[in-house]
Design a protein around this ligand. Sequence first.
Ligand code: 5GP
Ligand code: ZN
Length: 120
Amino acid sequence: MPVAVSEPDCLFCKIAAGKVPADIVREGERTLAFRDINPQAPVHVLIIPRDHYPTAAAAGAAGEGLLDEIAREAHEIAEAGGVAEGGYRLVFNTGADAGQTVFHLHGHVLGGRGLEWPPG
Ligand code: 5GP
Ligand code: ZN
C-alpha cells in the first residue's frame, strides 16, 4: 500500500494530478515519466509512481512490483532517447544524505554523455 494516494504538499503528487505542468514523456497505468526541470545529461527523465511512496525503500517494502515497473519504463525511455545501447544510469536517491530533495519516489534516467563513477 502507498503511504498515501496523494499528499497535498507533494510536488510530484501535484504533477501526477496535472496540477503542476511537466514535460511528460511516458504515461503508464501506475507510473508517469517527465523531463527533469534541471537536466544533468542530454537525457534526464524522472519516473514516478502515481501514488505517493516517499522513497524507493518504501515502495520496495510494499512488495507491489513498482520498482520492477520503473526499471522497465526506464529501459523504454532509454531506447526512445537513443541511449539504451550505449548505456544509461537509473538512480534512486534515497534519503537526504544521498541528495534526495523530493520525497516522492522517483527514478532518474540519465544518459547521452559519459557518466563518471563513483558519482559525486
Ligand atoms: P532528487 O534530488 O530528489 O533525487 O531529485 C529531484 C529532482 O526533481 C531534481 O533533479 C530536480 O531538478 C527535479 N525537480 C524539482 N522540481 C521540479 C519540477 O517542478 N519539475 C520537474 N520536471 N522536475 C523538478
Ligand atoms: Zn507525492
